[in-house]
Design a protein around this ligand. Structure first.
Ligand code: NAP
Length: 602
């Protein structure tokens, strides 16, 4: 892009200073404590609007082969892979009223995938399904999740509207005892936890939030009864309403254009603008995406993962703004490595980053007609400090007469709420409806958070064991002292922007661990030495992106401006390399994760 030509050392120094000032404007002393969770008096924000009151049922008291905690893509894929290898009794336990996880809960108007559908939707080869849009609507993705679950025979044994309350290993019988909030108490030979990442909605902890007398909900629990319409729009219930939306992250960017179309007036309360890049969604044919031979989807998603993991690839099949910006995503990923000439590398990186961000800011100016509004919509931080977003509708919405942007950066967000609306500075914005697009808590979804008590061998609690020594796993999946417990999508593995791909690889691995244990009559449990070796691998080439996140504008990526957690939390060479490592390990070293059953069991 031409913008790089303007990037003199002086221009870069100015940018650095502007980024510093904009960050300082936003850092709050209360950090992550600024948020409220939807418990106690705010519990109605988290209620399931889609399932209604769950039907009465008898508590379950039986025994299954595998209990899968979580019915999102992780749990569904684990179940599907296990069933395909002949495991009979697989029980998925899910808090929502059906399969789908994040796609069950998030049904807000405008919801779409923002990773290409043909690489995001898993098991396309196996199900024969070919998405029809480059970026699929949420409902299509939710239905695909249900399709995989049903084709894999997971529905009959599943427990919905049910939350697992404890997992306890019983050494005598060699089984896990699973209890739930519906009075269930059953046994499982293996437990797979697929509890997701961003699962618990959060609200701004502003004074007076409980006073608001208008209608209010969070985007992950959309109230179509009030708004009318569907995820495609047509929100007729808002035609004469003053609607406010708080939050302009990946969710806000998708929901604002739909609200703008239908609300009487829309106030968008923004604290930090997102980077909004070109989306170019379009219908696709099977031919466009090469869906003409077995394995086409696997090849395509491997190609995408290669590119966004910083590996070289002969071609770029997806060819979108994720892949074209892949060089700038490396710092977001743990694959960010230390090159030999670090100073030169960082200097080149900074120029590329500034060019990209100039391009993003120039786009705002081109699209938004009011110069003052355009100025407020420009993001001043380095690319990928926040989750990049993509839209050809969001910035355009601010050219409508019924849309007002309210910049709340100087007040560190909306300041307070009254019976009638939201206060920012000297102005009270009176509203009929306030929608929170304020995201989700970080670090509370995995089993290490302690929300779900897990007691292993000898009654040891997982989070106590990890509190003293730090997380200890082999490849992120298994831990000594917690036999036959397999964790998916968690710490000490390797994340990617295409999270369903990661989950599918984890599901294959989880199923292989169960198969190996069954074949050899063993427990799945790594030795201490195997854990140590894995921790050493993580530490050996630990990513050095702390400097980057520390300079970023606050958000959930950097604990609201405080930086990343200490210690190696992910495999340093990225998801593509990690999956290859797992495959090799399965072929050569699987015994490291197995342990003979105790005498009591045999
Ligand atoms: P988010 O990225 O955490 O955004 C929350 C928004 O709320 C931010 O704009 C934040 O401002 C704002 N906010 C919080 N407190 C505020 C306050 N007191 N006053 C004003 N604004 C306030 O949440 P999200 O947009 O729901 O996205 C979460 C994640 O879900 C994404 O990063 C992505 O991983 C995933 N997602 C994916 C898709 C997709 O692929 N289709 C779509 C949506 C979401 P600050 O930035 O200033 O904190």
């Amino acid at each position: 892009m031409a913008h790089s030509q303007e990037l003199t050392p002086e221009a870069l120094a100015d940018l650095r200073e502007r980024y510093r000032i904009e960050r300082e404007r936003r850092v709050r002393p209360d950090g992550t404590r600024q948020y409220l969770s939807a418990g106690a008096e705010f519990g109605y924000y988290a209620a399931d609007p889609y399932a209604g009151e769950p039907a009465e049922r008898e508590p379950v008291r039986d025994r299954v082969d595998v209990a899968v905690v979580g019915g999102g893509f992780g749990g569904i894929l684990a179940g599907a892979r296990l069933r395909r290898q002949g495991v009979e009794r697989v029980r998925v336990i899910e808090k929502g009223g059906d399969f789908g996880g994040t796609w069950y809960w998030n049904r807000y108007p405008g919801i779409h995938c923002d990773v290409e559908s043909h690489v995001y939707l898993p098991m396309l080869d196996e199900t024969g399904y070919v998405p029809e849009w480059k970026y699929a609507p949420g409902e299509e993705i939710r239905r695909h999740a249900v399709r995989i679950a049903e084709q894999s025979g997971l529905r009959a044994n599943a427990l919905f509207s049910t939350t697992v309350t404890s997992l306890t290993w019983d050494d005598t019988s060699g089984t896990w005892i699973v209890t739930t909030d519906r009075g269930d108490r059953f046994r499982a030979t293996y437990v797979v936890t697929a509890t997701g990442t961003l699962t618990e909605l959060k609200l701004p902890g502003v004074p007076g939030i409980e006073k608001f007398e208008g209608h209010t909900f969070h985007t992950s629990r959309w109230d179509y009864g009030y708004t009318g319409g569907t995820p495609d729009g047509g929100l007729t219930g808002l035609a004469d309403k003053r609607v406010g939306v708080v939050g302009t992250g990946a969710t806000g960017i998708q929901v604002v254009p739909k609200l703008a179309e239908d609300a009487g007036h829309l106030y968008v309360f923004q604290r930090t603008p997102s980077t909004v890049d070109v989306r170019a969604n379009r219908p696709t044919t099977a031919r466009d995406v090469g869906a003409d031979h077995d394995g086409w989807a696997r090849e395509r998603r491997d190609n995408f993962l290669r590119i966004v993991s910083g590996e070289s690839a002969e071609e770029d099949r997806v060819a979108d703004r994720w892949t074209s910006s892949a060089g700038l995503l490396e710092k977001l990923l743990p694959s960010f490595r230390r090159p030999a000439d670090r100073a030169a590398f960082e200097a080149a990186y900074e120029v590329a980053d500034a060019a990209k961000m100039n391009e993003i800011r120039a786009r705002v100016e081109e699209v938004v007609t009011d110069p003052d509004t355009a100025e407020k919509l420009k993001p001043w931080y380095r690319y990928a400090c926040k989750r990049p977003t993509f839209s050809d509708l969001y910035l355009q919405a601010f050219n409508r007469d019924n849309v007002t942007l309210v910049d709340t950066a100087d007040t560190h967000g909306i300041e307070r709420m009254t019976e009638h609306g939201v206060v920012v500075g000297d102005t009270e914005y009176e509203l009929d409806c306030l929608i929170f697009a304020t995201g989700f808590s970080v670090g509370v979804s995995g089993i290490h958070s302690g929300r779900l008590p897990v007691h292993g061998r000898g009654g040891t609690r997982l989070q106590d064991a990890w509190a003293t020594l730090g997380p200890r796993t082999l490849h992120g999946f298994t831990s000594n002292g917690f036999p036959n417990l397999i964790q998916m999508g968690g710490t000490q593995s390797a994340p990617s922007v295409n999270f369903t791909h990661v989950l599918d690889e984890h599901a294959v691995h989880a199923a292989a661990l169960v198969a190996a244990a069954e074949a050899k009559g063993c427990l799945v449990e790594p030795s201490r030495e195997a854990e140590e070796a894995w921790l050493a691998t993580l530490a050996e080439d630990a990513p050095d992106h702390e400097w980057f996140h520390a300079e970023c504008t606050p958000g959930y990526y950097n604990a609201e401006g405080r930086g990343r957690p200490n210690g190696p939390t992910a495999y340093p060479h990225g998801a593509f390399a990690f999956h290859a490592l797992l495959k090799r390990w399965r072929e050569e070293s699987m015994d490291q994760a197995l342990r003979p059953r105790t005498p009591a069991r045999t």
